[in-house]
Design a protein around this ligand. Structure first.
Ligand code: NDP
Length: 462
């Protein structure tokens, strides 16, 4: 093995790559990692972390308004976008340094360079103009926003990457897409005072979630003042003489806005890195094909995270990294477990969800019990805000297992994390029922819904 410069070379310094590098280095392996942009990857630099900071920023106007019912008089507030961007930059620079330091602190070597495979054991470091060798190679180059070359005027559009660093806050924005990113950014921009329109091609936003949550979130967002146009797609984007953008929709409507943001999915970063040359198999969408242990068709080359197009979530990439280290370096073959992944959409209100939606459960189980509570959260009694919280459990009527838990409301993401444990453990509704409530909380509804709201037997609601 000493014939190689490294035991492991990781390409891509995002959440997955850094975790694998750090843990393998801590085992005493000779590890190096190359990142061409910034350590931290999408999540830290232009994804989850700055997004959540912007979500917080966008919530203040509602907090100020809600304060009145509690006796507070809040003077007229003003918002400064450059301050938010600058403070966000400071925070991600801090995190970036920590990511890099964590690898180096564990004994790994870091390179700021693009890395290209030369053969199955050699990597060319572009910035250093030299080739290094490694026994095992891990590709963790993530993904990027899907472009939309078929859209005339796509060159005027921005993606989530640019949205974080706009020179000025637009007065009006159109966002295309109905997934996590489109919905989260629609709420962020609206909260910051931007006239926001969401344009989605399907019947209802957030196609992979429980329909109850989708409809309730849609209604709440519209009540706040976000326009949502479903069954609509943009046909062209043109620049007007005034410097604005005219987005022509399939509905016949033209939206005149300052920015058009496309959030229509993400694609894997696999181009121009020598993968084809060394024979690594790619899927039709350009993702790296891996087996259940994250190994590619080339024996010593592995891939984890968004570049493999399994589940595009940071904690999943990190989990895959840990499993990879077990398999490749600890003689303990471990396949990542992608079942029952809790997830949150940081919309306003938030969505937190784990397990099967009601519709998916009905397709798979002959007898489904649905427990559903919709109520005004306590904090909105005095604030007067007309916003409901939705809590829903989907239960297999035969085994009594809770197979889906869906929440729309404040702190739903935090609740989804905790609900991930009983659902993963396969606990039953009876286990929920014998758990003491915490009062007064919204989450207590999870353990106090004793009677099903309705049952669905063989597809029929009874
Ligand atoms: P998603 O896959 O969530 O959503 C893509 C959306 O774009 C869908 O509504 C899709 O419609 C629509 N779409 C796709 N192609 C077109 C097209 N050609 N024209 C018009 N609309 C189109 O992707 P996102 O970009 O929102 O996010 C990427 C991934 O990043 C997510 O899947 C998620 O895994 C991750 N992420 C996670 C977050 C979190 O954990 N909170 C936050 C942000 C991102 P349809 O539904 O009809 O397919």
């Amino acid at each position: 093995m000493a014939a190689y410069d490294y035991d492991l070379f990781v390409i891509g310094g995002g959440s997955g790559g850094v975790r694998a590098a750090r843990v393998a280095a801590a085992l005493g392996k000779r590890v190096a990692i190359a990142e061409e942009y910034r350590f931290g990857g999408t999540c830290v630099i232009r994804g989850c972390v700055p997004k959540k900071l912007y979500v917080y920023a966008s919530q203040f106007p509602e907090h100020f308004a809600d304060a009145a019912g509690y006796g507070w008089t809040v003077p007229e507030a003003s918002f400064d976008w450059p301050t938010l961007v600058a403070n966000k930059d400071k925070e991600i620079a801090r995190l970036e340094a920590i990511y890099k330091k964590n690898v180096e602190g564990s004994g790994g070597e870091t390179f700021h360079s693009r890395a290209v495979l030369v053969d199955t054991h050699s990597i060319y470091l572009v910035a250093e103009d030299r080739t290094v060798s490694a026994d095992q190679i891990l590709i963790a180059t993530g993904g990027r926003p899907a472009p939309h070359p078929a859209l005339p005027g796509h060159e005027y559009c921005i993606f989530s990457n640019e949205a974080f660093d706009l020179k000025e806050l637009p007065k009006a924005i159109m966002i295309e897409g109905g997934g996590y990113i489109a919905v989260e950014f629609a709420n962020i921009f609206h909260g910051l005072g931007v006239d926001t329109t969401l344009v989605y091609r399907g019947q209802e936003i957030l196609s992979r979630f429980d329909m109850d949550l989708r409809r309730s979130l849609h209604e709440t967002m519209e009540r706040k003042g976000i326009r949502i146009l479903c069954h609509a797609v943009s046909e062209s984007v043109r620049k007007t003489p005034e410097g604005k953008l005219d987005a022509q929709l399939t509905t016949g409507e033209t939206l005149t806005v300052d920015q058009v943001m496309l959030a229509i999915g993400r694609i894997p970063n696999t181009e121009n890195m020598g993968l084809e040359g060394v024979g690594v198999e790619l899927s039709k969408t350009g993702a790296i094909v891996v087996d259940k242990y994250s190994r590619t068709n080339v024996d010593n080359i592995w891939a984890i995270g968004d570049v493999t197009h399994r589940v595009q979530l940071t904690p999943v990439a990190i989990h895959e990294a840990m499993c990879f280290v077990e398999t490749a370096f600890k003689d303990n073959p471990t396949a990542p477990d992608h079942d029952t992944i809790p997830t949150a959409v940081f919309s306003q209100p938030e969505i937190g969800t784990v397990g099967l939606s009601e519709d998916d459960a009905i397709e798979r189980y002959p007898d489904v019990e649905v427990y559903r509570a919709s109520f005004r959260p306590m904090r909105h009694t005095l604030s007067g805000r007309d916003e409901k919280m939705l809590i829903k459990l989907v239960v297999d009527g035969v085994s009594r297992k809770v197979i889906g838990a869906h929440i729309l409301g404040p702190d739903a993401g935090e609740m989804a994390q905790l609900l991930g444990i009983p659902l993963k453990a396969g606990l039953t509704k009876d286990d929920f029922d014998r758990t003491m409530a915490v009062h007064p909380t919204a989450a207590e509804e999870l353990v106090t819904m004793y009677k099903p709201t309705y049952r669905v037997k063989n597809g029929e609601r009874v």
